[in-house]
Design a protein. Structure first.
Length: 113
C-alpha cells in the first residue's frame, strides 16, 4: 500500500482530475492524469460494482493495481495525480498482465519513458 502522502483520498481531487485531466484508454483499465505541482506522484484507484459484486475481488484488483503503480512510480517523468479506473475485463488477470497494461497506459500518456 502507498504511503498516505502518495494516495488520492479527497473527493475534490478526484473531481478535479475528472474535470481537467487527460484520458488514456487501456485494455483492462482507463487512466486519467493531471500534473499536480508537488514533488511526488499521487494515485487513486476506482473499482466499481460493474467489475464485480464481491468486495473481496474488487479489493484484490485494487491491491494488484497499487502494486503495479508502486513498481512504475519511480520512473514517471514528472509529478502527476493519476487515477486508474478498472474495467470488467480485469477480473481474473494475473499481476504480470495488469502490470503490462498499466505500463502501456503510462506510455500512451507519455508520462513514462
Amino acid at each position: 500500500m502507498f504511503a498516505k502522502a502518495k494516495r488520492l483520498k479527497k473527493t475534490a481531487d478526484f473531481k478535479k482530475i475528472f474535470r481537467d485531466g487527460k484520458f488514456v484508454r487501456g485494455d483492462f483499465s482507463d487512466l486519467r492524469f493531471l500534473p499536480n505541482g508537488l514533488p511526488i506522484c499521487r494515485f487513486g484507484f476506482i473499482t466499481g460494482l460493474g467489475v464485480s459484486k464481491k468486495a473481496t475481488i474488487r479489493n484484490k484488483i485494487r491491491r494488484q493495481l497499487s502494486e503495479a503503480a508502486k513498481i512504475l512510480a519511480s520512473s514517471i517523468i514528472k509529478s502527476f495525480d493519476i487515477l486508474i479506473i478498472t474495467k470488467a475485463k480485469i477480473v481474473g488477470k494475473t499481476q504480470k498482465e495488469i502490470l503490462k497494461d498499466v505500463e502501456s497506459s503510462f506510455k500512451k500518456a507519455k508520462i513514462y519513458p
